[in-house]
Design a protein around this ligand. Structure first.
Ligand code: 6PG
Length: 489
């Protein structure tokens, strides 16, 4: 097949970038009745899509070889989605599109772009009279094809044109689309970034639960798969628990061993978890579960350091839970997992709240929770409760302290303590379980040793402190006789 020049204004929407995600998004649009223009930097991938799916059975695709033709094929105001590798490629495509597009047209970046890049790009495109929408898209390849969760930023005006199409192709829960206008400029990509950070914490804490269970019970991966399946039928119901069971049950075709035992134990990352943590540091939001999960991936991949530490004695006992105690042990791990999950999500929503404040976005956190109920990687039943909690009080200071989470955490925290203690004495690394417990104990403490740190800071650097009994800023002259205190303001 060859690509001929398309008819002007013959497409409702276009997708630039025919990798798997771009092709699947285009197929989803076409299947939903939108005439979809498609193109790619090199035409081979466009041709492949047309060869495989261009027979009309999936809907109408309008292929182009050049950016000029692609833009020409779009009906005005034009909507062009970019689905390319986040980074320089995105800037390159934006420039190409902007060269051929007109005032009022809309460029949409559906890649995993850093939200500060999106803020910069939005300004650049806006100054040229067009709209730029950074849209987070979650759900992987299958989600893109059958219904992702979509988190678009950008202007209200651009959402009027784009929103109905995105809402149609997104996942749905009880007829409600998993897509909402998140906020201005980079808000959509910011929320997607935090989604991924939560994804890291959720995956790590599930992995820790698996590790503790496996070592404690000496169970096989497929026996553990049954436990995860059971958990998936209850309050832990979520995509990540569901796929955990599937991964654990899977046998390696070449050896017959559980596949999980044949996979190198080094977790990779593409950077979105790292961004969530870097941004959290800038915003001073303690997303400790996400940070520990990100560092845990890094530590797993530090082969040299891991080798260097192999010979070190850990003084750890071997964990062996008696058969008779297996049920209560499994229940403790389940509760520890649920408590940690609530804490990790609570931290993520805290970051969204602080980000919205810092960047002047109006983000409806209840809606964010609702559009994560299906389509995305962190989809979970308990997101309905999160949505409701934020609907009841959009300014919740701390999600985990609101009902129904506060009660659930209180019920589960004894199990989290037990599991963290057990892991510590038995030498099992549980960075996210442990940090969730430490965070819980930090935020609920009525007095923290931070007071001592303020004293130390004042001692060596005259950094001052505030007093519990009087307003003002104080400094003690530590080097002077009698250590007199001064009030500085
Ligand atoms: C999603 C995923 C998706 C992708 C990430 C994770 O929401 O569909 O989060 O964006 O899987 O890139 O990547 P890493 O684990 O490689 O960082």
């Amino acid at each position: 097949m060859t690509i001929t020049s398309p008819e002007t204004a013959s497409a409702d929407i276009g997708v630039y970038g025919m990798g798997v995600m771009g092709s699947n998004l285009a197929r989803n649009l076409a299947r939903n009745g939108y005439r979809t223009a498609v193109t790619n930097r090199s035409p081979g991938r466009t041709l492949r899509l047309m060869d495989q799916h261009g027979d009309g059975s999936e809907g109408i695709f309008i292929p182009s070889e050049t950016t000029e033709d692609f833009v020409k094929s779009l009906e005005k105001p034009r909507v062009a989605i970019i689905m390319v590798q986040a980074g320089e490629a995105t800037d390159w495509v934006i420039e190409q599109l902007a060269d051929h597009m007109d005032e009022g047209d809309i460029i949409v970046d559906c890649g995993n772009s850093l939200f500060t890049d999106t803020i910069r790009r939005e300004k650049w495109v806006r100054e040229r009279g067009m709209h730029f929408v950074g849209a987070g898209v979650s759900g992987g390849e299958e989600g893109a094809l059958w219904g992702p969760s979509i988190m678009p930023g950008g202007t209200e005006e651009s959402y009027k044109r784009l929103g109905p199409m995105f809402e149609t192709i997104s996942a749905h829960v009880d007829g409600e689309p998993c897509c909402t206008h998140v906020g201005a400029d980079g808000a959509g990509h910011f929320v997607k970034m935090v989604h991924n950070g939560i994804e890291y914490a959720d995956m790590q804490v599930i992995a820790e639960a698996y590790d503790v269970l496996r070592r404690g019970m000496g169970a096989t991966p497929s026996e553990l798969a049954d436990i995860f399946d059971e958990w998936n039928a209850g309050e832990l119901n979520s995509y990540l628990i569901e796929i955990t069971a599937q991964v654990l049950r899977h046998k390696d075709a070449s050896t017959g061993e559980p596949l999980v035992d044949m996979i190198v134990d080094q977790a990779s990352q593409k950077g979105t978890g790292k961004w969530t943590v870097q941004t959290a540091l800038d915003l001073a939001v303690p997303v400790t579960a996400i940070a520990e999960a990100t560092f845990a991936r890094g530590a797993s991949s530090q082969t040299t350091q891991r080798e260097a530490a192999q010979h070190m004695e850990g003084h750890a006992q071997e964990l062996k839970v008696e058969q008779a105690d297996h049920d209560s042990f499994v229940e403790d791990v389940r509760r520890a997992l649920f408590a940690s999950k609530i804490i990790a999500y609570s931290q993520g929503f805290d970051e969204i709240a602080q980000g919205a404040h810092a960047y002047n976005w109006t983000i409806d956190k209840g809606s964010v929770a609702r559009i994560w109920r299906a389509g995305c990687i962190i989809r979970a039943t308990f997101l309905s409760d999160i949505g409701q909690a934020y609907d009841e009080d959009p300014d919740l200071p701390l999600l985990m302290a609101a009902e129904p989470f506060a009660s659930r955490i209180e019920e589960c925290i004894p199990s989290l303590r037990k599991i963290v203690a057990l892991a510590a004495t038995h030498g099992i690394p549980t960075p996210v379980f442990s940090s969730c417990l430490a965070y819980f104990d930090t935020v609920r403490a009525d007095r923290l040793p931070a007071a001592l740190i303020q004293g130390q800071r004042d001692f060596f650097g005259a950094h001052t402190y505030r007093r519990v009994d009087r307003e003002g800023t104080f400094h003690t002259r530590w080097a002077d006789e009698g250590k007199p205190e001064e009030q500085w303001d």
